[in-house]
Structure formats: structure tokens, C-alpha cells
Design a protein around this ligand. Structure first.
Ligand code: LLP
Length: 437
């Protein structure tokens, strides 16, 4: 992967020295190259536009939600997928166009649905029978209507390099197609006069490297749409094929090609719609990782170094599973460099450890680096998706700050948490012996 390196052998991000950012804002630090976020968003929108189809690219904000990020998503003309009140709140704070927001979730609360209704968002992706009932009840009370998509599980489960077909989809999300659940859900929505069914949704998985799972899902959804047209006279306006576009984290990954993906999807939709003489639906997709993943770099300062002869050398950094839980949770692999020694030759393989009290808190097990010394600056690439989004306070470590960089300029967009903020929700306990305060 091509890196931006200055003449002094230092890593730069969007024209700014990584070391300068680390000195200014401290480490661990999430740095986003905003130029890359924009390129990714434009690539999705433009690629779908070249096919002359009606398409909507909704950014799955679970990958990285912050006011600044959603401002950029809004500027780039993306729509938005939110899954909670918190994500919706962030979108509203960012001034995101409400009609371009849709809400997901397998257990939406009354409060979440009320907020969705009160904020006049574009649509709700209904996921289960309880929700259909609850949503229509709330809409009745508020004398409002809502566009909905019906989420179905097409019996295709995609894994990174592969997908499997399951007759009966075992998933907590959506309505099963094979057992007739989706049909029942359709009928229930049809009698709810407050709900307007716009179409179908499915999401077959994340970090997918092949197009076949998407095309197979498209075929399955069209079969259902054709059935509903014949039996209920229903025509879907929207076909939402979810997210899942796989990106490159390391040299071993063979990422999906955007053109190939769009071509496969659109060709299949056109083919199905012509074979079945079904009006072309609008195609919606929901990429999360592919919009922000490779735009993010995590910066860490190296602290302790532990060499175990004939075993390995651990270098410990000032972050870990609190700012990036993906290696511990999914054995996710990343690449890293010493940002201050880009011109130095590789010396040996190191293991990068986090600082949490947990042996599994390893960021990378094997990475080749120049000779590592205390205070070196380690840059870990492609950490923009599900890094900050899944950050936590284990061991009461502070959440790291987020900086946006664009054309040589940088700005803090999420402040580093401080210790007072960490205890801001704590209350002292008074029922012990005497007054504990
Ligand atoms: N739409 C729906 C309904 C989803 O459930 C997801 C992700 C997306 C879109 C966006 O998928 P993407 O394009 O980012 O693959 N924490 C995991 C990923 C979980 C994804 C959950 N759903 C990770 O760090 O790999």
C-alpha cells in the first residue's frame, strides 16, 4: 500500500507529519484522512451513477459515528443508516437531512421508535413482528405515517472469502424467507394503515470479498418480490442490499473491486427485473467499513519492550483493545510502521501489545519493523472502521481523541476523554457505615 513519506523519512497523513499530530494531540490517537473518506464516498456514488440506475448509498454510521464524520457524509451526499437513539442523535446534531436517514435494529425500543417518528426520518427497516405492532401503535398515537423496508434473511451467510447457504437462516435479524415468516410479516404490514412498505432489505455479512453472495441474495429477494406481486399486487420501490463491502487490511487481503461489485449487483438487478418484467427498483446499499476503514490510522507511542530469547519481542504501546478491540475479538490483522523511521531498514519481527490487563490484548502478533526504541511512534493502518466505534473504558483507560486531517490542515473532532469525565456518571454510596462522602 502506498504511503505518504517526507524527505526526512517520516510518515505523513494528508500532508501532515504523523509525529506532529502525536506531539500536538497526544497518543493513542485516531487520525482520519478526510480526503480519503471523500474519495471513498464519491467512488461509491459515482460508480453507481455511471450505470444510470437509481441508487442510494447510505453510510452505515455504526462503523464510525461522530458529528464531524456525519457532516462529511452529508457534504458528500450520502444517505445514513443508524441503529440507535445515540446514532440518530449524532446525525441530528450534525444537521443530517432527516429524510435521508433510515433506522435499523433487531430490538428497537419505544424511545428509539418515538425518536425516529418525531424526527421524521426517511424510513424504518422493520425487523420483527413485535416491532411492526409497536411502530404502528406509536404512529396511531402520533397520527403519523412511516415508510418501512422489510428486513429479510435470504439464507445466505457471507464470510470474508466465502459464503454459505443455509436453508433456515439462523439469525437474530429480520424475517426468514424459507419458513414463511417474511410472508406473514408482509401481511401484517399490509393491514397496518400507518405503515407504507417501500421494499425489502437484506444484509448478508461484513468484510465480504466476493460478489457471488450479493448476486445470490438479489435473486432470492426478487423471487419474493415476484411472489408478492402475483399474490398481493405489491411492487417494491426499493431493494436494499445492505453493506459488507470488504476492504484491504493487509497484503494477504484481496479486496473487492468497487466496479466489479457495482457491475455484478446492477447486472443482476437488471437481469431479474427484465426476466420477471418487474419495474427496476431503486438500489440502496449501506457500506460502513468501505467508507471509513482505510481513511483511519491509529498512532501509538511505544513504551516498554520485552525480549524473550527464541520466542518473541513484545513492544507495548499506550493503547490496545480499548481503542481497537478487533484483533482481540476477531483475530483481525493489521499492518503497522514506525512513523518516525520510514526510511530505516526492517530489523526484525515484533509483537505489538496493548496496555490492558489481559493477555489477549495484542494489536498485532507479527509485524516487521526497523529497530524499535522507546518513544517511537507506531502507526497502525486501516483502523477507521469499528475502532473508535467499539472503543471502551476497560481498566478505566480514557477513550482516545480523533483528529481529522485534510489538505495539510488538522483539527480535533473528538476530544480525549479526561478522568473527571470517566467518573461523571459515578455516584458515591451513602448506606455504608456512617456517611461515606
Ligand atoms: N447494514 C447493516 C444492516 C449492517 O448490519 C452492517 C454491519 C452494515 C450495513 C455495514 O457493514 P460494512 O459495510 O461495514 O461491512 N464490528 C464488526 C463489523 C460488524 C458489522 C455489523 N453490521 C467488525 O469490526 O468487523
Amino acid at each position: 500500500m502506498k504511503r505518504d513519506i517526507n524527505q526526512q523519512g517520516e510518515l505523513q497523513i494528508a500532508g501532515v507529519r504523523a509525529q506532529e499530530l502525536a506531539d500536538l494531540y497526544g497518543t493513542p490517537l485516531y487520525v482520519y484522512n478526510v480526503e480519503r473518506i471523500r474519495e471513498n464516498a464519491r467512488a461509491f456514488i459515482d460508480t453507481f451513477n455511471t450505470y444510470g440506475v437509481n441508487a442510494q448509498v447510505a453510510y452505515a454510521s455504526k462503523a464510525f459515528s461522530s458529528i464531524a464524520m456525519l457532516q462529511v457524509a452529508k457534504q458528500e451526499g450520502l444517505s445514513l443508516d443508524v441503529v440507535s437513539q445515540g446514532e440518530l442523535h449524532t446525525a441530528l446534531e450534525a444537521g443530517f437531512p432527516r429524510d435521508k436517514i433510515h433506522m435499523h435494529g433487531n430490538n428497537k425500543s419505544v424511545q428509539e421508535l418515538e425518536m425516529a417518528i418525531d424526527s421524521n426520518i426517511g424510513c424504518v427497516v422493520v425487523d420483527n413482528f413485535f416491532e411492526i405492532h409497536l411502530l404502528s401503535q406509536l404512529l396511531h398515537e402520533k397520527n403519523k405515517h412511516m415508510d418501512v423496508l422489510l428486513r429479510v434473511t435470504p439464507g445466505i451467510e457471507a464470510h470474508t472469502h466465502d459464503y454459505i447457504l443455509t436453508g433456515q437462516e439462523d439469525s437474530k435479524f429480520g424475517f426468514d424467507l424459507s419458513s414463511g415468516q417474511a410472508e406473514k410479516a408482509f401481511q401484517q404490514i399490509a393491514i397496518e394503515d400507518r405503515l407504507h412498505l417501500k421494499g425489502l432489505h437484506c444484509h448478508i455479512g461484513s468484510q465480504i470479498f466476493e460478489t457471488s453472495g450479493f448476486t445470490m441474495a438479489t435473486r432470492k429477494l426478487f423471487q419474493t418480490m415476484a411472489f408478492w406481486r402475483e399474490n398481493h399486487g405489491f411492487i417494491a420501490e426499493v431493494l436494499n442490499l445492505g453493506g459488507g463491502f470488504g476492504i484491504q487490511y493487509t497484503k494477504e487481503d484481496d479486496p473487492l473491486d468497487l466496479n466489479e461489485y457495482a457491475h455484478a449487483l446492477i447486472t443482476e438487478v437488471k437481469k431479474q427485473s427484465s426476466e420477471l418484467q418487474y419495474p427496476m427498483p431503486e438500489i440502496w446499499i449501506e457500506p460502513g467499513r468501505a467508507i471509513v476503514g482505510d481513511a483511519g490510522t491509529s498512532l501509538y507511542t511505544v513504551g516498554s519492550i520485552k525480549h524473550i530469547p527464541q520466542v518473541r519481542t513484545y513492544i507495548s504501546v499506550d493503547g490496545g483493545m480499548t481503542d481497537n478491540i478487533r484483533p482481540a475479538l476477531y483475530q483481525a490483522k493489521y499492518e503497522a510502521v514506525l512513523a518516525n523511521k520510514m526510511h530505516e531498514s526492517i530489523e526484525q519481527t515484533y509483537a505489538v501489545a496493548g496496555k490492558c490487563c489481559e493477555s489477549g490484548d495484542m494489536l498485532i502478533w507479527d509485524v516487521e519493523l526497523p529497530k524499535v526504541e522507546h518513544h517511537d511512534l507506531l502507526a497502525m493502518f486501516s483502523t477507521g472502521a469499528y475502532g473508535y466505534a467499539m472503543a471502551n473504558n476497560y481498566n478505566r483507560f480514557q477513550k482516545a481523541a480523533v483528529v481529522f486531517v485534510e489538505q495539510g490542515r488538522h483539527q480535533i473532532v473528538v476530544r480525549r476523554e479526561d478522568y473527571r469525565e470517566m467518573t461523571r456518571l459515578d455516584c458515591t454510596y451513602d448506606y455504608g457505615e456512617g456517611n461515606l462522602i
